[in-house]
Design a protein around this ligand. Structure first.
Ligand code: BES
Ligand code: MN
Ligand code: ZN
Length: 486
């Protein structure tokens, strides 16, 4: 898909060459500057009750008289924010996606300012609407017809729009990669497949990649990661990728993604219902790959390291058992009371590995706990950090990327449930505050650098009829890394 922007002289909409005109109506009244015949068309539809000017409402008009465009869609936004603009575009494109419009021009229904965030929102919304999983479903319906989008802007906003479109396209490509990786079933998206994806990214975007196998991981002493992987016949991978956009000495940002390509629970086996969704348990890893892709395209002046421990969590004759004690790379021993709390086991060794970079900040991203889904549902990702500055940065990135996150507590009092008679730490607390005790477990391995943890168990994928990966939190992570560039 191609995205560009265009400034229009007044009266320019009627003569505009495009297949469809998607006009976003910001408030509950028709803007007096909207040109004819669009102005009459819109106000008539509103007075006659065919379009309510409430967020989410859409009116489709075929072959409108007096316009060059073959179709007009009015999409009510209810507000002028980028978030409202994005939601209106998603609704408007839904009305067009089974039609024949290849070139869609998008703008406000009136003379309104538009900034980079609005432009970014167009690119990400269009890509989201156009995405269709088909790798293992040849019978998937044809893709929407969209090939080209033109954002209609005022002259003063042209530069911001151009930058926003560029950023939005990079983020959309990253989100698309993350969705595609996570949607692929676990017999396709193996640890080896994730490593191949990282290598391909490196080739296309000039990144450096190193893939460690079991022998390397043994040498490093990653006893916790090895313990999870030992139950599976599928070989583990530890993926190390770096993007060097700043000078050599500049401390990097490190992203660590949970790459459990399938989580059966292990000997602490999960119930059967919805177990298929545990193919998405590498959503954190997928989002790290997606962010690498976006950053590799935008090339900001920042150093970035991506670490992905990847393996399956399976029950078998070689699998870990409840009560087993393993020694993590940090030297701390861990009592595995529940083999289904495997994410923190693979992450803790990756977090210790991260120390070698003397990082400016480390953020891990993981579909870590069902408890986080209970706490926050499917809208906000859970953000855990003891560092207020880092929390503010990540929340700002979340707002900028329209990718909601909510800060959760991380007080040390929660450590009361992390006591073991047989090891330095058990791998589970109790049921209460399960997302927090999981984060507290991880914090034991992060003393050497500023650290934050994102629990995306509720946001990395959707269940039900629209089952599929979301590509979150690629927008948040990309904005965070961009904000760290000098
Ligand atoms: N991958 C799951 C977390 C998860 C569960 C994500 C449901 C999305 C939906 C994780 O490995 C897990 O199994 N966590 C356990 C931890 C428990 C044993 C302390 C959980 O949340 O039940
Ligand atoms: Mn699990
Ligand atoms: Zn898991």
């Amino acid at each position: 898909m191609d995205f560009r922007h265009q400034t229009l002289a007044s009266g320019g909409l009627a003569g505009l060459t495009c297949d469809a005109l998607l006009l976003v109506v910001p408030g509950d009244a028709v803007d007096p500057t909207l040109e004819q015949p669009l102005s009459t068309l819109l106000s008539d539809a509103v007075t006659q009750g065919d379009l309510q000017l409430k967020a989410g409402k859409v009116l489709y008009v075929h072959r409108p008289a007096g316009l060059r465009a073959q179709r007009v869609v009015f999409a009510a936004a209810g507000a002028t924010t980028a978030k409202a603009f994005r939601a209106a575009i998603v609704a408007g494109l839904a009305a067009l996606k089974t039609g024949g419009a290849k070139h869609v021009a998008v703008g406000w229904a009136g003379d309104l300012a538009l900034d980079g965030a609005h432009a970014e929102a167009l690119a990400t919304a269009a890509a989201e609407t156009a995405y269709l999983y088909r790798h293992t479903k040849p019978s998937a319906p044809p893709a929407p017809p969209f090939q080209k989008f033109t954002l209609l802007v005022r002259k003063a906003d042209a530069k911001a729009a151009q930058e926003g479109l560029k950023r939005g396209q990079a983020i959309a490509a990253g989100v698309g990669l993350a969705r595609e990786c996570a949607n692929r079933p676990a017999n396709h998206a193996t640890p080896t497949y994730l490593a191949e994806q990282a290598k391909k990214l490196a080739k296309d975007h000039g990144l450096k990649v190193e893939v460690l196998d079991r022998k390397d991981v043994e040498k490093l002493g990653m006893g916790a990661f090895l313990a999870v992987a030992q139950g599976s016949d599928e070989p583990l991978r530890f993926i190390v990728a770096r993007y060097d956009g700043a000078a050599k000495g500049v401390a990097p940002v490190v992203l660590v993604g949970k790459g459990i390509t399938f989580d059966t629970g292990g000997i602490s086996l999960k119930p059967g219902a919805e177990m298929d969704e545990m193919k998405f348990d590498m959503g954190g890893a997928a989002s790290v790959l997606g962010t690498l892709r976006a950053i590799g395209e935008l090339k900001p002046k920042v150093n970035l390291v991506a670490l992905i421990p990847a393996c399956e969590n399976m029950p078998s004759g070689r699998a870990i058992k409840p009560g087993d004690v393993v020694t993590s790379m940090s030297g701390q021993t861990v009592e595995i009371l529940n083999t289904d709390a495997e994410g923190r086991l693979i992450l803790c060794d990756a977090l210790t590995y991260a120390e070698r970079y003397k990082p400016a900040a480390v953020v891990d991203i993981a579909t870590l706990t069902g408890a986080c889904v209970i706490a926050l549902g499917h809208h906000h990702s859970g953000l855990f950090t003891a560092d207020d500055g880092l929390a503010d940065e990540l929340l700002a990135a979340s707002r900028a990327g329209l990718d909601p996150a909510w800060r959760m507590p991380l007080d040390e009092e929660y450590d009361d449930s992390l006591k073991s008679n047989f090891a330095d730490i058990p791998n589970i607390g109790g049921r209460p505050g399960g997302a927090i005790t999981a984060a507290r477990f991880l914090s034991r391995f992060t003393a050497k650098y500023p650290w934050a943890h994102l629990d995306v168990a509720g946001t990395a994928w959707k269940s039900g009829a629209a089952k599929g990966a979301t590509g979150r939190p690629v927008p948040l992570l990309t904005h965070f890394v961009l904000s760290r560039a000098r």
